[in-house]
Design a protein around this ligand. Structure first.
Ligand code: FBP
Length: 568
């Protein structure tokens, strides 16, 4: 075999030049953990902050053990844990969509638990916990997954643990593997799962009557798990938006080069438009739709289409027959008439679940049209079949409509084309559609996400060694060194209508109209529409001047004076 062929074979199975190099990337740790090479577990103490929601009274009744133990008080690290517990058996799992940095949470956990405790990986996600599918994670595993993207080390899934049978299965897994703690790395729904499990496993799991601790870790590329300064952003958001930013920057460069196309780019983010506004702030495209603004201004689908079509016509008048439109994945649910339709569809589909799911796909629209109010029935009938089909598709196990499957970008192109023709038949409008989603979830983590997640793992492990349960690990002060903290999960729970029923959930954080990021975006967008002022952020960097950049929206919303982050 030639020398080059040998070198190429060595690069298989996660050993590209890049992957081998990033494994060596040193990661900073918060001062509380001590040395970056020998981080120590920390202890925690109560702060003066108590969390509450509109439904705190109901939460206190349904989560009596957890609320009594935590008092819904936020914790802060209070020193290194000289007498850290030994002999603990801890299981870790991913839950929900992948997000860059998950592997580093596992690495941080393993590091802080040290040789005196055992860390198990659960394969895959909550489903693996039900099945009791656990294996021991070794130091060699950590060395191979550190700083790599994806969740492929453990896999993930979206099973919601809610039935008595499922709770009993989890308990059986805990007993079978003699577990002391479970770490759930997930988004809002998965951390709700963590809160529910923490309460269920609070006591009487082991023979001596003791329970199993449950700690959540905030993950989601959507960025909709945010709790002010306590959790400025979930992990994975920075990597995903930097990947999308690079791609949108490239497309913008192409529009200005080929001078003949519009590109409608739908960006992932199930509900909130955090991803979209961040990518807009990075790239400055001609048009960006923000779902929360659509809802606030009660804009109809026709109004959104009209606004885009008028911008297309205005740019054409200046000789610009090109541009980029950013569309958030969740848009459809924020358009008032569509939201009312989806809410009624959810209720009706849940109500007639058995009959509905037994029908062949092509019979479903007619069946459901009959059950809807005249207004919603008319609206559903007016939509193209490629949208109707997805509106009637199966909900995920948390009761969510699978918005990533709805081709909103195609719907908008079709409708804008028709509207442009009505406004000015002479305007050439040629458009391409894109959906940037999965490309961003599993890339190698940015330095921000790599460092943040490693520190989240150290925090989660420290909480376990400190005997805590029912908390979400967090790292605050991301621009001034970072500090490990813990958020009581029961302090975040609200009651929401899901699957046609009231359920406890952690509310999704949406883009706020009065946020600094939104205000800055609004102050610039008209100029971005009038001219080509786009910028290309380029590929994400792990070394060099662009490596230490936090998300722009996070910097704006947290009042930072620069884009730089600083951990350690
Ligand atoms: P999480 O909230 O679990 O992090 O997942 C977010 C997400 O990436 C959304 O942006 C998207 O709607 C969804 O996952 C798609 O997931 P799936 O491929 O499982 O339908």
């Amino acid at each position: 075999m030639s020398n080059l062929a040998e070198q190429l074979q060595k690069m298989e199975a996660h050993n590209s030049i890049f992957e081998s190099a990033v494994r060596q990337l040193p990661l900073p740790v918060c001062a509380a953990f001590g040395s970056p090479t020998q981080p120590q577990a920390v202890t925690f103490a109560n702060t003066s902050r108590v969390l509450s929601t509109k439904d705190s009274e109901s939460v206190a009744k349904s989560f009596a053990n957890s609320v009594q133990a935590s008092g819904n008080v936020v914790l802060a690290s209070s020193g290194t844990n000289a007498k850290a517990a030994q002999g603990k058996r801890v299981a870790v799992l991913f839950s929900g969509g992948p997000a860059a940095g998950g592997h580093n949470v596992v690495c941080g956990l393993k590091r802080v638990l040290g040789a005196g405790n055992t860390l198990f990986g659960v394969k895959p996600g909550p489903k693996g916990l039900l099945k009791g599918n656990l294996f021991e994670i070794t130091d060699a595993d950590v060395a191979s997954i550190i700083n790599t993207g994806g969740f492929d080390f453990l896999g993930t899934d979206r099973t919601k643990i809610k039935t008595d049978e499922q709770f009993a299965q989890v308990k059986a897994t805990c007993v079978k593997h003699n577990l002391d703690a479970i770490v759930i790395i997930g988004g809002d729904d998965s951390n709700t799962n963590a809160a529910v499990l923490a309460e269920y496993l609070f006591k009487n799991v082991k023979a001596d009557g003791s329970g199993v601790q449950v700690i959540g870790v905030p993950k989601t590329i959507d960025g909709d798990l945010q709790i002010g300064d306590l959790l400025p952003i979930s992990f994975g958001f920075d990597t995903a938006t930097k990947i999308y930013g690079e791609m949108v920057g490239n497309i913008l460069q192409d529009t200005r080069s080929s001078l003949k196309y519009w590109h409608f780019v739908k960006l992932m983010g199930r509900s909130a438009s955090h991803v979209t506004i961040e990518v807009a702030l990075q790239t400055k495209p001609a048009i960006t739709v923000i779902s929360e603004e659509v809802a606030e201004k009660k804009m109809s689908l026709a109004a959104i289409v009209d606004q885009i079509a008028r911008a297309v016509v205005a740019r054409a008048a200046k000789g610009m027959h090109h541009g980029v439109v950013l569309v958030p994945e969740g848009l459809i649910e924020f358009i008032p008439e569509m939201n009312a339709l989806i809410a009624e569809l959810n209720e009706q589909i849940a109500h007639h679940e058995l009959a509905f799911s037994a029908l062949p796909e092509d019979a479903k629209p007619a069946y459901i049209l009959d059950k809807l109010s005249p207004e919603n029935s008319k609206l559903l009938a007016s939509l193209p079949s490629y949208v109707v089909h997805m509106l009637l598709a199966e909900r995920d196990s948390h009761g969510n409509l699978q918005v990533s499957l709805i081709p909103t970008e195609r719907l908008l192109v079709d409708m804008v084309k028709a509207r442009v023709k009505q406004l000015d038949a002479g305007v050439a409008f040629s458009a391409h559609t894109h959906f940037l989603g999965y490309e961003g979830r599993c890339g190698a983590p940015t330095l921000f996400d790599a460092a943040y997640t490693y520190n989240l793992g150290l925090t989660a492990g420290s909480l376990i060694l400190d005997g805590r349960t029912g908390y979400m690990a967090t790292v605050t002060g991301l621009t001034n060194g970072g500090a490990p903290q813990a958020i009581p999960l029961t302090g975040l729970l609200n009651i929401e209508r899901r699957h046609g029923k009231d359920e406890f959930v952690i509310e999704k954080a949406l883009v706020k109209m009065d946020s600094a990021a939104m205000k800055y975006f609004v102050s610039r967008r008209d100029e971005w529409a009038d001219d080509d002022l786009f910028a290309s952020p380029g590929p994400r960097q792990l070394w060099g001047p662009a490596a230490y950049q936090q998300p722009i929206s996070v910097a704006l919303n947290s009042g930072s004076s620069s884009l730089a982050f600083k951990l350690g």
